[in-house]
Design a protein around this ligand. Sequence first.
Ligand code: SAH
Length: 343
Amino acid sequence: MHKLIEKAKETHLLSKDELIELLCGDDTDTDLFAAADAVRRQYVGDGIHLRGLIEFSNFCRNDCCYCGLRRSNKIERYRIDEETIFKLAEHAACRMGLKTIVLQSGEDLYFDKEKMCRLIRRIKTLNTALTLSIGEKSLDEYQAYREAGADRFLLRIETTDQKLYGETNPGMSWEKRIECIVNLGRAGLEIGTGILVGLPEQTIESYADDILFFRQVNADMIGIGPFIPHPDTPLKNALGGSLKMALKVMALTRLLLPDINIPATTAMETLAPNGQLQALKAGANVIMPNVTLTQYRKHYELYPGKSTVGYTPDESLNAVKDKIASLGRFVAEDFGFHRRFQA
Ligand code: SAH
């Protein structure tokens, strides 16, 4: 085995140059994925945590150049009402047995602090962990969500390349993004972040920086997705990311942050029919089955071809369970908190 993979497996430390060497190499991928799989088993075991994803609004005030929900895009916008969101969460928690609910949306100002806190308090009566993925908010809001019962928050840095971030997120600030991620921790939420892989001009060097950034901010969860160009966005003609590079960045993230939660992302599955299976064999230990009503899914088009469009919540869960069974792994029965947050 390559000496750097050996080193990462034992010490969970690599320098930027060492990360770059492994990201560039092609012949070491099989060993890299196997090492990440072994570290995953050693630190977080064979159980796979399921997080039921509810895409509750596609309104967004931002204009990210890669995202199909960007404000300039003329799409049919929807907001699921509070009662229906609660019913979906109830179905996921009480019928499907999911231990975490994830509420995700564009940055929709309609769901203000008061509305979100009310929803959080209601969902938390279901004996489930709760993750939010609703964008940049003030520290005061993050604290209020935490007090209302939210456990975790996902906010990807998208890229630590400040110039590229500025170009692909017009009107947004890279410093503010980082401050928000740090504030999640201050508010007592589990910190979820992550990146897109394959934005135009994104470099191997920047992936190395990204992985070191994940350690620096003490991330509890890291989501890595290949960028998939959306035809109605400024980046429609871009090449997009490869599954392989996304898996490599993910595997190295597992080696350097051995005990965190890492999802096999929907974008990986969208690029290849066995994308999530490959991820689960290269360091991932989480899947987020979509539990949004079928009628809304086609309007939550972050990128085209999203593998969950057209299915019902029960169908999505069954597909995920089949995958897990085919691997000889099992669905974890606990809430799946990062070690730092276990009571
Ligand atoms: N608005 C919230 C969450 C919704 S978007 C937020 O900004 O945090 C969730 C994630 O989808 C984003 O963080 C981004 O990394 C990913 N995404 C957006 N467009 C994409 C594309 N074209 N291909 C792949 N992933 C994309």
